[in-house]
Design a protein around this ligand. Structure first.
Ligand code: MSP
Length: 510
């Protein structure tokens, strides 16, 4: 079994500064990347910016800037955000880089050579905001404007010479591919939407534009630029040095294990992308997960509505780890969710400060007063000790399976439940009343420390900074975290030193 794991975020349009929706896609992806790393996988985690196309060209024009200069500036804000979010990405790709251009040109040439592309004329609706072509039945009239029903974006009528990809030819092979790979599209509801769209009939896809210039030119005809989605999707290959299919990155990491994306861009990833790849004789990715939206109030964020949530503002006010925790716990993964200050504050106060932070503080300070700053010698476990310890072993396989199916909420609920149990255990065992029974007192402390270790490991992919701070108690460093050891009840070596740590989370008082 290969121990490599390739995970990607969508690449973001640098048409405006990043918002909470972008931060969400990235944080979720980082969660899986970190989780896989502590499970012993060699992980390649990719993010970046999608810089070509009419949307970017127009945004640059509106700002009176040269498109590349415009992209340089905004792409940097996305790169900076990846640092602010503490993403553990291995690479950051920009589609204006030469390595990417080479890769897209190569893919185009292969498709041309395999006679998957032909020149004709496109006439139909196009949304610049979505960079998407729409059928007549997907359009409606709102206040005299033509709008795409699905995305709500304005569309324009386009008529121009265009190269087409023979998408219609791939309808049956795609349906077979979905059938053979039942977990290719998750969650299930999204998969059904995609399948019924494909069953409804696929038309050939326009894959070049002639009316603007900001893009990668069609190699055999420089009057055309390659459709931005064919360009953008190829980023997942360019980062692995495609077309060199013999290099280690490509050999180890393609096909990608999972593309994390928002539900609005599912059609591109679950239909066009595997079709391009099948046509080019390249294996499609193993999975595409379409998550829900982060709503502002009850609506999708948009510049025109003026309801953009800025992740930096929230981080400045509440801190990064609380935001990461909130997004992973409070949004039911796969569905839409929203952020409210009240719910975020309650997460900080009850789960992070009271439940986790307090557990660490009280156990360490009890340890300090009663056994010195050393891990005590553990005595015989009694029923109550085993009950609380064994759950990490008995639930281990289930936890792994759930997370392999992207069930983030199961994972989070497990942690919250264990935090409650840990605090209850410490209260019920009353170590402060066991001073005459040193053996029992030592064992209660040992078990409590073990639980802190296990929970901190589980929390690492969610709140890495805070988890690492807690793991300093035991001198466990980031590259030493091993997920499998949560099953181990006597991992901590007795009589070794432990360290004091500062407050993990301050309660939020208005
Ligand atoms: N550039 C394309 C993706 C190309 S991938 C080969 C794109 N960019 S985007 O910047 O518009 O959006 C990037 C991601 O952010 C998408 O997955 C999108 O779903 C996500 N989000 C944008 N707004 C969002 C919310 N309000 N909530 C959650 N995610 C949303 O599409």
């Amino acid at each position: 079994m290969s121990k490599n794991f390739y995970i990607t975020t969508p690449i973001y349009y640098p048409s405006a500064r990043p918002h909470m929706g972008h931060a969400y896609s990235s944080i979720v992806s980082d969660f899986f990347a970190r989780l896989k790393r502590i499970q012993g996988y060699n992980v390649f985690f990719l993010t970046g910016t999608d810089e070509h196309g009419q949307k970017i060209q127009r945004a640059a024009e509106d700002n009176n800037k040269d498109p590349l200069k415009f992209c340089d500036d905004i792409s940097k804000t996305f790169k900076d955000l990846s640092k602010t979010l503490n993403l553990s990405n291995n690479d950051f790709i920009r589609t204006t880089e030469t390595r990417h251009k080479k890769s897209v040109e190569h893919l185009w040439k292969i498709l041309e050579k395999k006679k998957e592309i032909y020149l004709s004329k496109y006439s139909g609706w196009y949304s610049i905001s979505d960079e998407a072509f729409y059928n007549n039945d997907e359009i409606e009239d709102v206040d005299g404007h033509k709008i795409c029903k699905l995305s709500g974006s304005k569309v324009e009528w386009v008529e121009e010479e265009s190269y087409f990809f023979k998408l219609s030819k791939w309808q049956e092979p795609l349906l077979k591919f979905y059938d053979d790979n039942p977990n290719f599209i998750l969650p299930e509801t999204r998969k059904n939407e995609v399948i019924s769209f494909v069953k409804g009939g696929l038309k050939d896809l326009s894959i070049s534009r002639k009316s603007f210039t900001w893009g990668i030119k069609v190699p055999s005809n420089n009057d055309h630029v390659i459709y931005v989605w064919l360009d953008a999707l190829t980023n997942y290959l360019s980062a692995l040095n495609y077309p060199d299919q013999k290099n280690d990155l490509y050999k180890n990491f393609w096909p990608a294990d999972i593309h994390i994306i928002g539900k609005d861009i599912l059609r591109f990833h679950a239909i066009y992308w595997p079709a391009f790849l099948l046509a080019a004789d390249i294996q499609p990715p193993k999975r595409v997960y379409g998550h829900g939206w982060i709503l502002s109030g009850d609506e999708k964020m948009s510049k025109s509505k003026g309801n953009i949530l800025d992740p930096i503002e929230i981080i400045d006010k509440y801190g990064l780890d609380p935001l990461r925790y909130y997004l992973l716990k409070e949004v039911s993964f796969g569905n839409d969710g929203n952020i409210s200050n009240e719910k975020l504050e309650s997460c900080i106060n009850s789960d992070l400060a009271n439940n986790y932070g307090n557990l660490c503080q009280r156990v360490i300070s009890f340890c300090e007063k009663n056994v010195g700053m050393k891990i005590p010698i553990v005595g015989e476990f009694v029923k109550e000790d085993l009950e609380i310890l064994d759950i990490y072993k008995s639930k281990f396989d289930e936890l792994k399976t759930k997370i392999d199916n992207q069930n983030i909420n199961f994972y989070l609920n497990f942690i919250v439940e264990q935090l409650f149990r840990a605090n209850k255990y410490f209260n019920d065992q009353e170590p402060w009343n066991k001073k005459s029974n040193k053996n029992r007192l030592n064992t209660i402390i040992y078990v409590s420390l073990e639980i802190i270790r296990k929970i901190s490991i589980l929390l690492y992919p969610i709140i890495p900074q805070s988890s690492l701070k807690a793991l300093k108690i035991f001198n466990i460093k980031e590259n030493e975290i091993d997920f499998a050891t949560i099953q181990n009840h006597k991992f901590l070596p007795s009589e070794t030193n432990i360290n004091k740590i500062g407050i993990l989370f301050n309660k939020f008082n208005k």
